[in-house]
Design a binder for this molecule. Structure first.
Ligand SMILES: CCCC/C=C/CC(=O)SCCNC(=O)CCNC(=O)[C@H](O)C(C)(C)COP(=O)(O)OP(=O)(O)OC[C@H]1O[C@@H](n2cnc3c(N)ncnc32)[C@H](O)[C@@H]1OP(=O)(O)O
Length: 390
């Protein structure tokens, strides 16, 4: 990056970081009189401070320039065909031919200066800059090859409104096409999500119940369909209690990490409703018929540890270290070869897709009927009139 670039980084951030200062002074000294041995040593130290992996191609270039500066033209025999790494390094060095040591040193210092500047500018980007615009009920951010979709109605325990279902679908659609490796769904505040917003059932004009139930079933079919078809690894980061649909779709995720404060509750019978999110198929498969019945029919609420023992949750972490441990893990996973990861996900999931879509359709048609039942209407009215809480 040129001098103007380094200065621009300052203006964007609160002030110059030590890395930016080093990049700038390196740039100024080398431009004035050519890179000295001291500049070269300083650049070698700076390489160790880079936060972002520059990639193999750049690393090979740095290696070659380093060898050329310190030893001159390549003077060792080419490694054997199976010694792939050393062969690549040798090739990079050898490709520099008779480049003079001083030029190699200058090029090394220039390259490190560019890397440091772009590394610093990517580090100082505040969260507000990374937030993707266009969502009212979610905060969607992308960093470290991870797109995070955070449900953002903490005052309502992240209950899912119609708008929120739609925005999650849009965010998933965008994430399936962006350059992220892993997609995370999580909640803001003390709840992961309290499930369907029961206000979705309110304000329906008389005579429009059937139509609204049908529209609800279509929305739900599309929503669950997005999870069935999602092509990249999907991770649920369960920061607190989860209820209803936010639990049932977990069978369609690839990893489920939970805080030990989380609980898992599918009280459908209490609400006059029936299982959705393909849980009538995925839960018995994951935890066995008897445990699935206890959850889906009798509304047994599971602790995070119980859900983990039954295979619904991948791993449970203490709440005090939950975010730190989970994000460290996910950042490491996000560095895995992206295409291979996506292909593996697809081979694990593709065989089931047709079945899952059929289950989704069947569940929604049953649920459409349930929403019109007295049992469901009474349960919703009871919650809304503050008589009942789960
Ligand atoms: C179209 C697709 C349909 C898909 C169908 C899916 C089925 C399901 O998801 S079934 C699950 C439905 N969820 C519930 O029945 C949960 C109802 N909520 C509660 O029982 C409680 O609110 C709670 C146990 C989650 C939390 O209790 P707590 O005492 O800690 O807090 P509250 O004061 O009750 O909640 C704060 C605030 O949030 C509102 N709220 C919470 N959950 C919902 C919800 N699911 N729907 C609508 N509103 C919800 C609650 O009313 C409070 O609002 P106010 O501060 O305005 O009173």
């Amino acid at each position: 990056m040129a001098l103007a670039g380094a200065v621009r980084c300052w203006r964007l951030g609160a002030g110059p970081s030590s890395l930016q200062m080093q990049a700038l002074s390196l740039h100024m000294s080398k431009t004035a009189m050519g890179a000295s041995q001291k500049d070269f040593e300083s650049a070698m130290n700076q390489v160790k401070l880079l936060k972002k992996d520059p990639g193999n191609e750049v690393k090979l270039k740095l290696y070659a320039l380093y060898k050329q500066t310190t030893e001159g033209p390549c003077n060792t025999p080419r490694p054997g065909v199976f010694d792939l790494i050393n062969k690549a390094k040798w090739d990079a060095w050898n490709a520099l031919g008779n480049l003079p040591k001083e030029t190699a040193r200058q090029n090394y210092v220039d390259l490190v200066s560019d890397l440091s500047s772009s590394d610093s500018s990517s580090q100082v980007k505040p969260e507000a800059d990374r937030k993707q615009p266009g969502y009212e009920t979610l905060v969607v951010t992308s960093e470290d090859s991870i797109t995070k979709i955070m449900m953002n109605r903490p005052a309502k325990k992240n209950a899912l409104t119609i708008q929120m279902y739609r925005e999650i679908m849009l965010a998933l659609e965008a994430a399936s096409k962006d350059d992220s490796t892993i997609i995370v769904l999580t909640g803001n505040g003390d709840y992961y999500s309290s499930g369907n917003d029961l206000m979705n059932f309110m304000n329906i004009p008389p005579g429009e119940m059937e139509k609204e139930a049908k529209n609800g079933a279509i929305l739900l079919r599309d929503f669950v369909g997005c999870f069935i078809d999602f092509p990249k690894p999907l991770v649920a980061v369960i920061n607190g209690p989860a209820i209803g649909i936010s639990v049932t779709i977990l069978g369609l995720f690839d990893l489920v990490y939970a805080s030990d404060r989380a609980t898992f509750h599918t009280p459908f019978t209490h609400l006059g409703q029936s299982p959705e999110g393909c849980s009538s198929y995925t839960f018995p498969k994951i935890m066995g018929q008897a445990k699935a019945a206890e959850m889906l029919m009798f509304g047994k609420k599971l602790t995070a540890r119980e859900a983990c023992a039954q295979g619904l949750v991948t791993e449970v972490f203490p709440d005090s270290t939950f975010q730190k441990e989970v994000w460290t893990r996910l950042k490491a996973y996000s560095k895995l070869p992206r295409n291979t990861l996506h292909i593996s996900k697809q081979s694990i999931r593709n065989l089931e897709k047709e079945k899952l879509h059929a289950v989704n359709a069947e569940e929604n048609s049953v649920l459409q009927e349930r929403w019109l039942s007295d049992e469901c209407i009474n349960a919703v009215m009871s919650f809304l009139s503050r008589k009942a809480k789960l």
